[in-house]
Ligand binder design. Sequence first.
Ligand SMILES: N[C@@H](CCC(=O)N[C@@H](CS)C(=O)NCC(=O)O)C(=O)O
Length: 210
Amino acid sequence: MSLTLHGYRYSVYARIVRMICAEKAIGYRWVEVNPFALDLPDSYLALHPFRRVPVLEHDGFVIYETVAISRYLDEAFPGISLQPSAPRDRARLAQIIAIIDAYGYWPMVRQVFAHRVFRPYLGEPADEEQVDAGIAAARKVLAALEALAGDDGYLAGDRLSLADLHAAPMVAYFTMAAEGQAALSAYPRLTAWWGNMSRRPSLTDTDPFA
Ligand SMILES: N[C@@H](CCC(=O)N[C@@H](CS)C(=O)NCC(=O)O)C(=O)O
């Protein structure tokens, strides 16, 4: 069996896939790709025409888009199941992941984390307006997730699912910013959820800043 994950060490989307592999004890070969590089080789663009990471290759089967990769890994490999079976729980899982992708990634990662944490880390200037706009937009996402989260400490259903693993890398980056940490603390269910998720080995073992 050959499994290769093309990803960028700082990518939250690649980290989602790495967390799934960790939770299901799936071994893989990691190929580092910086999607922001201007000189991405044609061989990579043949795998991902939209110049993003991650891409998964499994015995010649190539797939990109994290939602598709996540479901494939959960369904094609043994280990704990990361998708509920009840239709409403499955719908909730899909809804939460869609909210995170459509409304959460940009403000939490590309505005708050990028401008408060990553640019300063690289010695580059931060844009305070981006941080402020990101916090304002992220509050709406956090409020929505707070309202949807389950009673058992997980986002969808009563146990760990792809929804938790999709959210965790983005919340990890968001809360590296003091403003992000403060914003999250206004939401008690999410704060309790994050208290547990932030200690999971699948998250801590994939921390690019550790
Ligand atoms: N819809 C894609 C999004 C992946 C994505 O945006 N990855 C980021 C890194 S976290 C990336 O490759 N960014 C490069 C860019 O924006 O040019 C997925 O779900 O896999």
